[in-house]
Design a protein around this ligand. Structure first.
Ligand code: URA
Length: 214
């Protein structure tokens, strides 16, 4: 049977695989465009998300929407989810066992959406794709692996707490369309062995692309 986002969400809503389910009002499977090119992965639901059952609907979410507007996107254009789908008590960091228990859902969501680019928000989603890395060192440094781009961003809440990160956050967000184009070009090149090699064209006022292919 073909997996669907609705099926995954239905299972997440009744999941008891870790203790986070004990305190939830609602699980937060994720929301957005099921055919999105860009998938955003945050950390875990907070107070407002737990109440509404939707990701990034509190202050961090309002800020994320402003960031998306910088690249002419709305939340309806992308898909947004988290590494853990239930709110950790008092917004504490998710535990490794909780992240592991929820990974099966995230893996399935990624398989169904098949995004061109995954944007990680904060340390916990970053660790999936950039293990043993420090976000202060690698934020905005994209990689393309197996035809998919990965861009590590600061968590929006971290920028709200520390506004000196705001210019870096904006520059990192503005690199998303550039990485998307790189991925599209890479995939087109793969499908067409005669396609000319693509190079990144950068506007003079565009942020540096910082693309590393590892
Ligand atoms: N912070 C997150 O990481 N995820 C949410 O859904 C909300 C706030």
């Amino acid at each position: 049977m073909t997996d669907t986002l609705e099926q995954i969400a239905a299972e997440v809503r009744v999941c008891t695989a870790c203790d986070l389910h004990l305190n939830r009002i609602q699980a937060v499977p994720g929301a957005g465009n099921p055919n999105a090119d860009i998938l955003f992965i945050g950390e875990g639901p907070g107070f407002n998300e737990d109440k509404q059952g939707l990701p990034f609907v509190g202050r961090s979410g309002q800020y994320l929407e402003k960031l998306l507007a910088l690249i002419d996107l709305t939340r309806a254009d992308v898909f947004i989810t988290n590494v853990v789908k239930n709110r950790p008590p008092d917004n504490r960091d998710p535990l490794p066992a909780e992240i592991a228990a929820c990974a099966v859902y995230l893996d399935r969501q990624i398989a169904v959406i098949d995004p061109l680019v995954i944007v990680t928000l904060g340390r916990f989603s970053m660790a999936r794709y950039f293990p043993n890395s420090k976000i202060t060192q690698i934020h905005g440094k994209a990689k393309i692996e197996n035809g998919r781009g990965y861009i590590p961003l600061f968590h929006p809440a971290a920028v709200l707490r520390n506004p000196t990160l705001e210019p870096q956050m904006q520059a990192d967000v503005r690199s998303i369309p550039l990485v998307l184009e790189q991925v599209r070009a890479a995939r087109t090149g793969e499908n067409n062995p005669n396609a000319p090699t693509t190079t990144t064209q950068q506007d003079d006022d565009a942020p540096p692309i910082q693309l590393t292919l590892f």
